[in-house]
Design a protein around this ligand. Structure first.
Ligand code: NOJ
Ligand code: CA
Length: 520
């Protein structure tokens, strides 16, 4: 239930009255993959009908918005971020009718829906790319992607998927040229210097706005434009494209939000808010690994230090906070020394490492220590920004580092101790991915049904934290002031919004700590 709807409107402070426009500041977002959530037709793949049946669970959990990972037709070589058709539903997940029903049911339960707008690249199976590669090099069809006769252009641009890619260029024999890609070689980058590309993506955005979605996560947003002699990230031309998308969004539908996926330092991410005229939200990538660092070192410094360096952002903007997601726990935004420390602390097994990060879920990262998991969640839900909970982390699901790529953190949701964890009645061999079956994290021990019956379960604890978060606007909108007791394993901060003042105190160490707080 939305907090605002439970309060008599006449009691609301003026800023909260127009608060609906800023719904994303008070939101609690739950991130999920349709494929992984619930399988209604028992073909081994989760679908929209299955997800719709589970909306009651999400409403009861208390989250207020859902972020759905890509659900469009795709060869599935980057879990759907390789889109072959922006305008349709992947038939494995259902039909457009199923999607519309899902939206109606989500709205009926007060849940907003954020979807993916993967603007930087398409699949090489997208019609735009097929047309481009077979067209004349000088034609406007070819010009939808970024081509070159040499793979030496734009040298000095880093490679992101260091484990799989050796170059940002791939030779296309059909086109007789190299094409540019910041991610997998099957994901050619669109050419944002071509106004037709921008208008095509605006049309895609409007198409999904028409279905009632409330916002878009803009995937891989720093890499839209390329310019010789730069590192091809965060270019002014890229920001101009985002401003266009935002202006089109606002003109077409009010109150919808853009969420920037920019894995960059705070001063660079800040640019994606623009003057409040680019994205309303952006992930705080540098904060995330420092929360893990603080817990490991039992020292608040990594957190206070990065938040001190975090610039103020425009009034209509908001940080998006997360502990884990569908990707590796990225360590790009830490120093080399910090990265080595985090790798050796949290990913001693080399199989747990991928690219510049760690492919593990929250519970295994915390060694399944309930108190640490709750501490992490309490920080997530009380820091300034909008929290995002990754599906399954509310029950402490485990992972499978023996699956390829990042698939080990994308296994089926664990509902019951029954076959396939209640995710599907299909033969286990048919599932899109094996369920977690080990004795600690397997669905027989970790599942929603069991945890719903116990008030002391992690699920119940997560629900309580969510409801505390929703009891005040201070967490989503308030200021944060640190109190700095001498004992650095104590992290103490005040969140304040209008007349409400909340003191938060976290003990980052594994043992009891004595401290004095100066509350003057
Ligand atoms: C960011 C997404 O989060 C990730 O899963 C994907 O592999 C890359 N973008 C490339 O699309
Ligand atoms: Ca299915």
């Amino acid at each position: 239930m939305n907090l605002l709807s439970s309060i008599d409107a006449t009691e609301l402070p003026v800023t909260a009255l127009d608060g609906d426009e800023f719904w994303y500041k008070d939101a609690i977002i739950y991130q999920l993959h349709v494929k992984a959530f619930a399988d209604s037709n028992n073909d081994g793949i989760g679908d929209f009908a299955g997800l719709t049946e589970k909306l009651g669970y999400l409403q009861d959990l208390g989250v207020t918005a859902l972020w759905l990972l890509p659900f469009y037709p795709s060869p599935g070589r980057d879990d759907g971020y390789d889109i072959a058709d922006y305008g349709a539903i992947n038939p494995d997940f259902g039909t457009m009718k199923d999607f519309r029903r899902f939206i109606v049911e989500a709205k009926r339960r007060g849940l907003r829906v954020i979807t993916e707008l993967v603007v930087n690249h398409t699949s090489d199976q997208h019609d735009w790319f097929k047309r481009a590669r077979r067209s004349d090099p000088k034609s406007s069809a070819r010009n939808w992607y970024v081509w070159s006769d040499t793979d030496q252009k734009y040298a000095g641009t880093r490679i992101i998927f260091t484990d799989t890619e050796k170059s940002n260029w791939t030779w296309d024999p059909e086109a007789g040229q190299f094409y540019w890609h910041r991610f997998f070689s099957h994901q050619p980058d669109l050419n944002f210097d071509n106004p037709r590309v921008v208008s095509a993506l605006v049309q895609v955005m409007k198409r999904w706005l028409d279905t009632g979605v409330d916002g878009f996560r803009l995937d891989a947003i720093p890499y839209l434009c390329e310019r010789a002699g730069t590192n091809n990230e965060n270019l002014p031309e890229t920001h101009a494209v985002i401003r266009t998308l935002r202006a089109e969004l606002d003109a077409y539908a009010k109150g919808k939000v853009l969420l920037a996926e920019a894995n960059q330092w705070p001063e660079d991410v800040q640019e994606y808010f623009g003057r409040g005229d680019e994205c309303q939200m952006a992930y705080h990538f540098p904060l995330m690994p420092r929360i893990y660092m603080a817990i490991a070192q039992e020292d608040r410094f990594p957190i206070t230090d990065i938040l001190r360096q975090t610039p103020d952002i425009p009034g209509n903007c908001q940080w998006a906070l997360f502990l884990r997601n569908h990707d590796e726990l990225t360590l790009e935004m830490v120093t080399d020394v910090e990265r080595d420390y985090l790798w050796s602390t949290y990913a001693n097994d080399p199989r747990a490492r991928i690219n510049v990060g760690i492919r593990r879920r929250l519970a295994p990262l915390m060694d399944n220590d309930r108190r640490k998991i709750e501490l992490m969640n309490s920080l997530l839900l009380s820091f300034p920004g909008t929290p995002i909970i990754y599906y399954g982390d509310e029950i402490g699901m485990g992972d499978n580092i023996y699956l390829g790529d990042r698939n080990g953190v994308r296994t089926p949701m664990q509902w019951t101790p029954d076959r396939n964890g209640g995710f599907s009645r299909a033969d286990p061999a048919r599932l899109y991915a094996p369920t977690i079956m080990d004795p600690v994290y397997g669905y027989e021990s970790v599942n929603v049904e069991a945890q719903s019956r116990s008030l002391s379960s992690l699920l119940s604890a997560t629900k309580r934290l969510i409801s505390v978060r929703k009891s005040t606007l201070a967490f989503g909108r308030g200021t944060m002031t640190f109190i700095r007791p001498v004992n650095r394993s104590v992290l103490a901060y005040v969140r304040q919004y209008q007349d409400e003042v909340i003191l938060c105190v976290a003990n980052l160490s594994r043992s009891a700590q004595a401290t004095e707080l100066d509350l003057s």
